[in-house]
Ligand binder design. Structure first.
Ligand code: 5GP
Length: 191
């Protein structure tokens, strides 16, 4: 596999990385396309198959693992598998796009390791774990148990921040959006 650039945004759930990724996708000068991940987790709210995720059953997901169809995959939460299909990245590169990922820290670092020169790996840092808790509760798309699971994982994820190429502090969203745009534009120009 080779082709365009890979832009990774990783962060604990609730840090605002999805908002940042959406913002960047809307900037035409960056020529980015979103890598739609496969997942075995159930659909939330208005999520659509083939837009937010490729939703599949656990056994379908495991079949893809066996076939080595994934660039990376992770059991992000128990029985909730997430992964990037090699075909997805190839599809977007064939369209002449650079690929942007909204994935967990382990997956993000794994892709960076596979494609060190083509990849910009950015970690989005939330103001604090307490603030994360507030944001996840406000989103109220999940049960308390699921939220607590995400919070517990956040502390472990925060410790991986120094392994990323860049860290963006998402304390003020407008500032974070501008910073994200500038980082990506600069990377695309230089590489
Ligand atoms: P959510 O269930 O909130 O959509 O996602 C949960 C976590 O899984 C988030 O941190 C999200 O970035 C991560 N994730 C989504 N897609 C992938 C993927 O393809 N690979 C990996 N490793 N993580 C992913």
């Amino acid at each position: 596999m080779k082709g365009g650039k890979l832009i990774i945004f990783s962060a604990p759930s609730g840090s605002g990385k999805t908002t940042i990724v959406r913002h960047l996708l809307a900037q035409e000068d960056l020529n980015l396309a979103f890598s739609i991940s496969a997942t075995s987790r159930p659909r939330r709210g208005k999520e659509k198959h083939g837009e937010h995720y490729y939703f599949m059953t656990l056994s379908e997901f495991k079949k893809h693992i066996k076939n080595e169809d994934f660039l990376e995959w992770e059991e992000v939460y128990r029985d909730n598998f997430y992964g990037t299909l090699k075909k997805e990245v190839e599809r977007l590169w064939a369209e002449g796009k650079h690929v942007i990922f909204d994935i967990d820290v382990v997956g993000g670092l794994r892709i960076k390791k596979k494609f060190p020169d083509q990849t910009l790996a950015v970690f989005v840092k939330p103001p604090s774990v307490d603030e994360l808790k507030i944001r996840l509760k406000k989103r109220s798309t999940e049960s308390d148990e699921k939220i607590n699971m995400r919070i517990a994982k956040a502390s472990v994820e925060l410790a991986t921040a120094p392994q990323f190429d860049k860290i963006i502090k998402n304390y003020d969203l407008d500032v974070a959006l501008q910073e994200a745009h500038d980082l990506v534009a600069e990377f695309l120009q230089e590489h």
